[in-house]
Design a protein around this ligand. Structure first.
Ligand SMILES: [Fe+2]
Length: 312
């Protein structure tokens, strides 16, 4: 890396941040901490509580089957080789808390954005690293915080949809806030006509308007991507309104229409969602943790062995 995270910004970018999807150039893929050897070492030190390893396959009827598994102490290089072999993805959450190099890159990236985008103010920054197989897909979904997708290794195609009906309904955002499950969206292939489609290569990143639905398909090669997450003050207010509206709808049978982020409606909802978070019911609505159904084992046929480990 030559000292900055972003390659020189184009002059027309600043006025369009969060207004439309944009593909920008960056240097993260050149950083030593994001080369495959460094990632292999990182994988070996990753705590169980901070990663998800998922194997995808098909049931007999053709429907998708997801199983979550354990790295089983497999050496980092062998983990990456197994992922390159197919049907796996590994999400290393909050890498910025695991090593100072990632925290520094994250801070620097957002400092550069703040220096170029007037009024941009973001906190609660997180960086995840996703290592995924050739052809792997991330299905249609949206994220409540702001997110950026940085390509490090391999190539992928990303479809970004308008953050408006019919591609996104307000109730879907409310359900994500209520359940913590970001795949609570209903995809229709006709939405593709409204999508902007981007091919990402190492050194390219993608930003899109808040909550814009998206889906991803890897090209036929191992992929390493970084995802960064941020919350702006407006994001946080919207999150409180989404959650309060979901509580009013699911628990009280009401049909809240206001989504105001200021004024008395907003403050009443901020109080309601705070009370809800403290209530014993709040945890019951969140998506349950999956059991761990396999562990990696490069010595066994297929590279996996079934298991029934359950980790809280
Ligand atoms: Fe996403």
């Amino acid at each position: 890396m030559n000292g900055t995270v972003f390659a020189p910004w184009l002059d027309d970018v600043q006025g369009h941040w969060n207004q439309r999807p944009m593909r920008l150039q960056h240097h993260l893929h050149e950083h030593p901490a994001l080369q495959l050897d460094a990632l292999a070492a990182l994988v070996e030190s990753y705590p169980r509580s901070h990663y998800a390893l998922v194997h995808t396959s098909r049931h007999g009827d053709g429907s998708a089957r997801w199983r979550e598994g354990d790295l089983g102490g497999t050496p980092g290089r062998a983990v990456i080789e197994a992922i390159a072999g197919g049907s796996l993805w590994l999400n290393l959450r909050q890498a910025n808390e695991r090593a100072p190099a990632y925290a520094q890159l994250l801070e620097q990236a957002y400092a550069e954005i703040a220096s170029r985008v007037p009024g941009f103010e973001a906190g609660a920054l997180k960086m995840g690293i996703l290592i995924s197989s050739p052809g792997a897909q991330v299905h249609y979904h949206c994220d409540l915080p702001g997110q950026l997708l940085w390509q490090i290794h391999g190539r992928k195609r990303v479809w970004v949809y308008p953050a408006a009906a019919p591609c996104l309904q307000p109730e879907w955002l409310e359900d994500i806030a209520y359940t913590g499950f970001e795949f609570s969206l209903v995809y229709d292939a006709s939405f593709d006509r409204m999508a902007m489609v981007f091919d990402l290569e190492p050194g390219q990143m993608l930003t899109w308007p808040l909550n814009a639905p998206h889906r991803v398909e890897n090209a036929d090669c191992l992929n390493v991507s970084v995802t960064t997450e941020h919350w702006t003050p407006e994001n946080r207010r919207a999150q409180k309104v989404h959650l309060a509206n979901a509580v009013l709808r699911h628990r009280l049978g009401l049909r809240p229409r206001s989504r105001a982020l200021v004024g008395p409606h907003y403050w009443a909802k901020a109080a309601l969602q705070a009370a809800w978070r403290r209530s014993p019911w709040a945890g019951q609505t969140q998506k349950a943790l999956r059991p761990l159904e396999f562990r990696l084992d490069p010595q066994s046929p297929g590279g996996l062995v079934d298991s029934s480990i359950r980790v809280a």
